[in-house]
Design a protein around this ligand. Structure first.
Ligand SMILES: Nc1nc2c(ncn2[C@@H]2O[C@H](COP(=O)(O)OP(=O)(O)OP(=O)(O)O)[C@@H](O)[C@H]2O)c(=O)[nH]1
Length: 597
């Protein structure tokens, strides 16, 4: 075990984690620099197109160090986005060390800070690396100081590297060997293996990436999942190099994959402990958690006959994404669809995009919402995630909304505007700390304000410099009201919103005025109204159309006429007929464009 090193890379999105990982693979695989084209590296990363690593990948590397010994380096990749913090914590707890990769031209971001703290709490050795030193704007000395100020670890001597040009790669690997401790564990104890990640493979079923803490795991062993109590027969074990290579066994201290003929991802939950039926461990490894959806939205097919296809697509996506939840839902306005639960906004965006691109679905997505707790008169608590299902005012005792604690890291110049933004979003300041050039702000914020447009606004008020990390804190009673939208006097359930009373009138007005811009003119006047508890608070009219689209092409040119009709048809795709009015997708998300008072 003394020649094993298990480590992860903590880095903010785009700071170069994937590029660096590819370099390690290249270096340890013994390939010459010139043999490794950019394309080869890129093809290993299926998530490249989006630029975000979602599924943790791993690689077992063999490294001959300067001391002449051969080391077994297990690199465990971690997702880099705020929505996946639970996965990050599980990956980190499978490691003894983590490389903190910071872009030497950008500096430390809130997400990296949060992940570093998680690592430090888990007792993981954090080793800083300054990447992208090839960039003219790189200022490694200043960034090293920043790491010391903000994270509080020694960084002045951090390796200066460029993953892109291959500078400092060997130095990093040497630091991994010298600074990160080898794994400890009992090779003869009862098996305890932590599931770091799991995904579905069409040929072999569920593949689990595990870290064996104690004991040994071999094919034909009868295994048991301690959280779900399910039992399976281990069929195959092996490691990724990053190609999969079968092994006779996985031993204490090692990282590798396990295949056990499991058909459903939900039987192999990230964070669960695998043990042997014949010699079970007394207790599971700490830290297991059921992941909970934080953000919800309705997804509806534009064409109602695509409903079954949408169900199939969601089912397929769920095979590989256990955190995606969905259940059928009927909307008066939109017909049959699904209410889906996501880990966060980015997760929602990814799912939506995959449905549209990979499954060719035309969807109407409703504005994202959160879970509310409704305390009924009889004291029971109901959880409601769809605003249109919210009971009428007066029927319940109290409404509670989820509050998150947000950590924002921002350069001093933008502190003022970020604080204004947080206040507008009903934030309560908890802390403010100066750390070198940066300021760390801690706010309690209502999650429903954050899912709206908080992230975009944070970026725009700080010119992209502020970074955010958040975690759920608690449900808190709040004075919330339901805002309904009526189109030609018909209530459109899919447009209902929950808003705070203080801003409800303003939001209602802004919303209908935005919708007036977004709903195309039709052959008749369309009244768009906002109502709270039956009272109309705002009204706008989309005036009837006087000309038709073909009026522009006086007679003659048939191709031009066709083109216009085609264009109109394409534009129609993402519209939904509500009553006799066609409402485009953007109008369902109009609330996201409503600013603050
Ligand atoms: N100039 C320069 N660019 C780099 C370096 N390392 C990475 N990059 C570039 O930075 C961008 C992001 O790199 P990635 O490796 O994809 O970053 P990542 O942290 O893995 O990003 P996610 O996968 O989104 O988490 C890419 O365009 C890389 O080519 C470096 O050392 N120097």
């Amino acid at each position: 075990m003394k020649n094993i090193r298990n480590f992860s890379i903590i880095a903010h999105i785009d700071h170069g984690k994937s590029t660096l990982a590819d370099r390690f693979i290249q270096y340890c695989g013994g390939l010459e620099m010139r043999e490794m084209s950019a394309q080869v590296l890129d093809s290993m990363d299926i998530e490249k197109e989006r630029g975000i690593t979602i599924k943790a990948q791993t690689a077992a590397l063999t490294y001959k160090a300067r001391d002449g010994q051969v080391y077994n380096l297990n690199l465990i990749d971690t997702p880099g986005h705020v929505d996946f913090s639970y996965e990050v914590s599980r990956s980190l707890s499978a490691c003894e060390g983590a490389l903190l990769v910071v872009d030497a031209s950008q500096g430390v971001e809130a997400q990296t800070v949060a992940n570093c703290y998680t690592a430090i709490e888990l007792g993981v050795e954090v080793v800083p690396v300054l990447n992208k030193i090839d960039l003219p704007a790189a200022d490694p000395d200043r960034i090293a100081q920043e790491i010391e100020d903000i994270i509080g670890i020694e960084a002045v001597d951090a390796v200066r590297a460029s993953a892109k040009s291959g500078i400092g790669i060997e130095d990093i690997l040497e630091t991994v060997v010298s600074k990160i401790p080898p794994p400890e564990g009992n090779p003869d104890g009862p098996l305890k293996a932590l599931i770091i990640d799991s995904w579905f493979d069409n040929y072999v079923g569920v593949v689990m990436l595990v870290r064996v803490i104690d004991g040994q795991l071999k094919p034909k062993d009868k295994i048991k999942f301690m959280a779900t109590q399910a039992e399976h027969l281990c069929e195959q074990v092996g490691v990724f190099t990053p190609k999969s290579v079968q092994r006779q066994s996985l031993n204490a201290g090692e990282v590798g994959f396990v295949i056990a003929g499991i058909k459903e991802l939900k039987s192999a939950k990230v964070g669960d402990t695998i043990t042997l039926v014949s010699k079970p461990a007394a207790e599971p490894l700490p830290g297991f958690k059921e992941v909970q959806s934080q953000v919800f939205a309705g997804l509806y097919p534009v064409e109602s006959h695509d409903y079954e296809a949408l169900r199939d697509a969601l089912e397929k996506l769920q095979l590989n994404d256990a955190s995606l939840k969905y259940e059928p839902e009927v909307s008066q306005a939109l017909g049959f669809g699904f209410r889906c639960g996501f880990l966060g906004l980015l997760h929602l965006e990814i799912v939506q995009e995959r449905l549209e691109r990979e499954f060719d679905m035309d969807l109407i997505t409703t504005a994202p919402t959160v879970n509310y707790e409704v305390v009924m008169k009889d004291g029971t608590v109901e959880v409601v995630s769809n605003p249109s299902k919210m009971p009428e005012a007066g029927k319940y005792e109290e409404l509670r909304e989820p509050i998150i604690t947000a950590t924002i890291l921002v350069p001093q110049d933008y502190v003022g505007s970020v604080m204004t933004l947080c206040n507008n979003k009903r934030g309560v300041q908890r802390n403010m700390q100066y750390m070198g050039r940066q300021v760390m702000l801690t706010y309690d914020l209502p999650m429903n304000e954050v899912v709206m447009d908080f992230f975009d606004r944070l970026k725009s008020t700080s010119r992209g410099y502020a970074s955010l990390d958040y975690e759920f804190k608690e449900f808190q009673a709040s004075d919330l009201v339901k805002l309904d939208v009526l189109v030609n006097s018909e209530k459109v359930d899919a447009l209902s919103l929950i808003v705070h009373r203080a801003t409800s009138v303003y939001r209602g007005r802004e919303l209908v005025s935005k919708m007036r811009e977004l709903i195309p003119r039709q052959m008749f006047d369309i009244a768009v109204q906002a109502a709270i508890g039956g009272h109309i608070i705002a009204r706008e009219t989309v005036k009837a159309l006087r000309k038709n689209v073909l009026a522009k092409c006086y007679g003659g040119d048939i191709t031009r006429k066709k083109k216009l009709l085609e264009k109109q048809k394409a534009g129609k795709k993402r519209m939904k007929q509500v009553g006799n009015v066609e409402i485009p997708q953007e109008a369902f998300l109009a609330i996201l464009q409503v600013g603050d008072k």
